[in-house]
Ligand binder design. Structure first.
Ligand code: FES
Length: 105
């Protein structure tokens, strides 16, 4: 499976999220308790940036900044409306403090 380099782990501080643009994709990455999670940045409801949403490291969910739908950053599953379709999730690999994600072709 192709691997895409995103950037330094330090770019995603503990308890936060941000969006990376790499390999022609927008990928939102979140950090909780030293673990990193990656999902598609684009909300499945109306295209807002999930990397700009409010991330709750306790529930591992991010709230879309536009209408408030909640997504589980581990799986991309919807946890609350108005979105009802999941977003893709990606396996994160850390190599020498650099974040990579495995993406399907
Ligand atoms: S754009 Fe995300 S909930 Fe509407």
């Amino acid at each position: 499976m192709p691997t895409i380099r995103l950037g330094p782990c330090a770019d995603v501080p503990e308890g936060s999220g941000r969006t990376f643009v790499a390999g022609g994709r927008h990928i939102a990455v979140f950090c909780a308790e030293g673990n990193f999670y990656a999902i598609d940045d684009k909300c499945s409801h109306a295209d807002a940036s999930l990397g700009a949403g409010e991330f709750d490291p306790d529930t591992l969910c991010v709230a879309c900044p536009r209408h408030g739908a909640s997504f589980d950053v581990r799986s991309g599953a919807v946890r609350s409306l108005p979105a009802f379709k999941p977003v893709a999730s990606y396996r994160v690999v850390v190599d020498e403090a650099i974040l990579f994600v495995e993406c399907p072709d």
